[in-house]
Design a protein around this ligand. Structure first.
Ligand code: NAI
Length: 339
């Protein structure tokens, strides 16, 4: 079969590529660092299996441009970048990597939070850029005793809660399907969504993105938050209404935000390419793009380029499961199918 890997990690050198090729000795394997999109799909027209990551956009047009396509692997947990309904209609199977890096992402939540609470980046910049040892602008706050509101207590949310308890934080949580046994074991309570967002000192999001929870955090509920709350988002950008977040930050309701994901981050990543390609209509939502830039520029906001998952250990796990998914499909024994 013809297998095409998109969005392969830059670290994957020839040695790893050869190892992957060896795993599929009877197949034709090729690699692209770039994402799969309408722009490059025609260069892989014969692909029967494609492997992508979250920046690829596997919509109807892309799927229709791959007439031999039988199987898609996404090396991510989320699969909203793939039109899975259309795949099902066309008999194309889709697998994901259901559980890599649950600890990895949870640890990163605290990288963002501690950076905000103890102004680590600001302190480092002040020293590096100004040789300035003045601590007046660098007073932080302790996590111990603060209330952490966790929205979504699946694999990542649960690890966040365990770490938070280690810091001595008090946890409240909301999930569509509460795990009461876990709550008892870890000494926290489930509350309603409104109770969690209005009583927390720090709110962290860990739900998948769906049409139903688009802009889960919006102006109507930011108004209900405690003044001075911190917001962490390592889940998906569109869970937050960016305009409302900017409003909340400007009003001082939200004291700071740690964001590993942004609404429309795909456009943001490719804006120079798009703006110089003569295809500026490819950007559907300039407003969000501008708002994302405003967020990146705000001193009380830390934005990282979707790296919460990206540790050595998680990457190894991703590659292992990716290979198993593809091998499973080829041997007529597909695993990790979505839906
Ligand atoms: P999971 O499937 O184990 O847990 C998700 C939890 O959210 C479940 O308990 C579910 O009941 C709950 N949930 C779903 N919709 C909800 C809603 N509207 N309100 C409240 N709870 C809701 O998923 P996991 O592994 O914990 O990952 C969560 C998300 O984190 C992923 O879907 C993905 O979007 C994101 N993620 C981000 C990464 C990054 O690098 N920034 C890496 C990996 C995942």
């Amino acid at each position: 079969m013809k297998i095409v890997f998109f969005e392969i990690f830059n670290e994957i050198q020839d040695k790893e590529k050869k190892a992957l090729e060896k795993l599929f000795p009877n197949d034709e394997v090729s690699f692209f660092i770039e994402r799969l999109s309408e722009e490059n799909v025609n260069s892989v027209k014969d692909a029967e299996i494609v492997s992508v990551f979250t920046n690829s956009s596997v919509n109807k047009k892309v799927i229709d441009s791959l007439p031999k396509l039988k199987f898609i692997n996404t090396s991510s947990t989320g699969f909203e970048h793939i039109d899975t309904d259309y795949c099902a209609r066309k008999g194309i199977k889709v697998s994901n990597v259901p559980a890599y890096g649950s600890v990895t992402v949870a640890e990163f939540v605290f990288a963002l939070l501690l950076n905000l609470s103890r102004k680590v980046e600001k302190a480092n910049n002040q020293l590096r850029q100004e040789d300035n040892f003045n601590i007046d602008a660098l007073r932080g706050f302790d996590l111990k005793g603060k209330i952490l509101g966790v929205i979504g207590t699946g694999k990542i949310g649960k690890n966040v809660i365990k770490i938070a308890r280690g810091f001595g934080m008090n946890v409240i949580a909301y999930d569509l399907y509460p795990d009461l046994v876990f709550a008892k074991e870890n000494n926290f309570e489930y509350k309603s969504f409104v109770e969690v967002i209005s009583n927390s000192d720090v709110i962290t999001l860990h739900t998948p993105y769906t049409k139903e929870n688009h802009h889960l955090i919006n102006k109507e509920n930011i108004i209900k938050m405690k003044e001075g709350v911190y917001l962490i988002n390592t889940a998906r950008g569109a869970l937050i209404d960016t305009e409302a977040l900017l409003w909340g930050l400007k009003k001082g309701i939200i004291a700071g935000a740690g964001l590993d994901v942004l609404e429309d981050e795909r456009n943001l990543k490719e804006e120079i390419k798009i703006l110089t390609s003569g295809k500026i209509n490819a950007i559907k939502n300039y407003k969000t793009l501008l708002q994302d830039h405003a967020l990146i520029d705000m001193p009380q906001v830390i934005v990282t380029p979707h790296i919460a998952f990206y540790s050595k250990e998680a990457e190894e796990e991703i590659m292992k499961v990716t290979v198993s998914n593809i091998a499973g499909f080829i041997s007529n024994n597909p695993i990790n199918l979505v839906k």
